[in-house]
Design a protein around this ligand. Structure first.
Ligand SMILES: Nc1ncnc2c1ncn2[C@@H]1O[C@H](COP(=O)(O)OP(=O)(O)OP(=O)(O)O)[C@@H](O)[C@H]1O
Length: 336
């Protein structure tokens, strides 16, 4: 039987202010045998400040997860990258070698909150055991030196600290994944991402499969672990309701490109987004016009020469068909 959510407000240590991530013209191409390459991400550019939550939205297959994988150095062998992605300390995630990424980035500088947290947890191990193993794997001061008992006590304390920060109730630490509700599994995954005190959290579809109430609880906790502590959060989602609840900034991806970046208040407010695709995404919501964007996105291996959205766009004209719009002043559209 799933355990109930009984967590309290998380308390996270503060991290320094400033830009946590600066992504410039990040592109990812997949080489394909006997076929044109797949342009999964093209020229993505954005900044993420300490305490800020940027939500990346867009239809399935538009390149959101590939962008996240590029930042973590987890792309498959047929991928080629271009551009840069600098952390605050000057490390370019795209140029870093696997040893640097494994030893100093994943878990330490960038914490990952995975999609489907329950599936991410090993079924035969308790939440405490997951957390303690992560503390030991990351090593450092949380493990320290000295005798076996002292080290074990420090590991236990660090694991419990991460659980508190993610509002995971201490009384449920010795439960197995199948004994957790969706909300608690989400908190366990967030706790694992927080073990290394990473200044940047990356959450890939953290509300997938959760009902509305749980989805709201998960994003509220992620929100608390970022805004209140100076961490930065890059969240990838299809869920515009979750995006509205958590985002400071919304970036909209279409066919591998970021086509609009807007302050969340403006995006979801009376003014709305400027790009016709971004407006279409909002109009598709049941609580708004409930009108889907007509048509389907183009193949990323056969993008048209002009605007990739032109074939579906009510404003498209000959200029859109012939010339790809540059990304200027927050949008990539000839008519925005
Ligand atoms: N190893 C690969 N080789 C070739 N193409 C790939 C590879 N991995 C991903 N792609 C393609 O890259 C594109 C972007 O995929 P991605 O998973 O980033 O989309 P997404 O926006 O995250 O979609 P979803 O929301 O469904 O997860 C897709 O067309 C996908 O088929």
């Amino acid at each position: 039987m799933p355990a109930a959510d009984t967590g309290t407000a998380p308390s996270c240590p503060a991290v320094p202010a400033g830009d946590v991530l600066r992504v410039e013209r990040l592109s990812v191409r997949f080489r394909m045998r006997g076929r044109p390459p797949v342009a999964a991400v093209s020229d993505a550019t954005f900044r993420l400040a300490a305490g800020e939550c940027l939500v990346l939205v867009g239809e399935s297959g538009c390149g959101k997860s590939v962008l996240a994988s590029a930042l973590l150095g987890l792309l498959p062998g047929n991928a080629e990258t271009a551009g840069s992605a600098f952390l605050a300390d000057g490390l370019d995630l795209l140029a870093a070698d696997e040893r640097t990424l494994a030893r100093t980035v994943r878990g330490r500088r960038v914490g990952l909150v995975p999609q489907s947290p329950a599936a991410h947890l090993t079924p035969v191990r308790t939440v405490r055991s997951h957390l303690e193993e992560t503390v030991r794997a990351l090593g450092g001061a949380a493990v320290g030196t000295g005798g076996r008992r002292e080290r074990a006590a420090r590991v236990r304390a660090a694991a419990e600290r991460a659980a508190r920060r993610a509002a995971f109730p201490p009384g449920h630490l010795d439960r197995y994944p199948h004994e957790l509700s969706g909300g608690l599994a989400g908190r366990a995954a967030t706790a694992l991402a927080l073990v290394g005190d990473a200044p940047l959290l990356l959450a890939d579809e953290p509300t997938t499969g959760l009902d509305r109430q749980l989805a709201e609880a998960v994003v509220d906790e992620l929100r608390a672990c970022t805004r209140d502590t100076g961490r930065a959060l890059l969240m990838i989602t299809h869920d515009l309701a979750a995006a509205e609840r958590i985002a400071d900034t919304v970036a909209v991806m279409y066919a591998g490109r970021i086509v609009e970046t807007t302050a969340a208040g403006e995006f979801f407010g009376a003014g709305g987004p400027r790009h016709p695709y971004a407006r279409g995404l909002l109009d598709a919501l049941p609580e708004r016009a409930f009108t889907p964007v007509p048509g389907v996105p183009p193949e990323l291996g056969a993008l048209p020469p002009g605007c990739a959205f032109a074939a579906r766009c009510p404003k498209a004209d000959a200029l859109c068909a012939g010339q790809r719009p540059e990304f200027t002043e927050g949008t990539a559209c000839h008519h925005a």
